[in-house]
Design a protein around this ligand. Structure first.
Ligand code: ZN
Length: 88
């Protein structure tokens, strides 16, 4: 059974400051959406206090959201390459 893709997009490649993985970052495409728009509001201010001011990858954002009490079923399941992302 194939999974339905709920949203997708592509963007320029960024490097995650936490794990070093390359991921697509930024709003692009006809809908001007970034994958991060599909996340609930996650408090990343603690990253700024560590000097991290740039975007982090979907895997790290998801892990942080779970640490902050969001149930993983409520978080988008984002697959990504260096330039493309999709939510299944
Ligand atoms: Zn990461």
């Amino acid at each position: 059974m194939s999974q339905r893709i709920e949203a997708s997009g592509s963007a320029s490649t960024a490097t995650c400051p936490i794990c070093g993985k390359k991921f697509p970052c930024g709003a692009s495409g006809p809908e001007m959406a970034c994958w991060c728009f599909y996340f609930p509001p996650v408090d990343v201010s603690f990253l700024k206090s560590k000097g991290i001011e740039i975007c982090i990858c979907p895997s790290c954002l998801r892990r942080i959201a779970i640490q902050q009490g969001y149930h993983e079923d409520l978080l988008p399941n984002i697959k990504f390459t260096e330039t493309d992302w999709y939510i299944v």
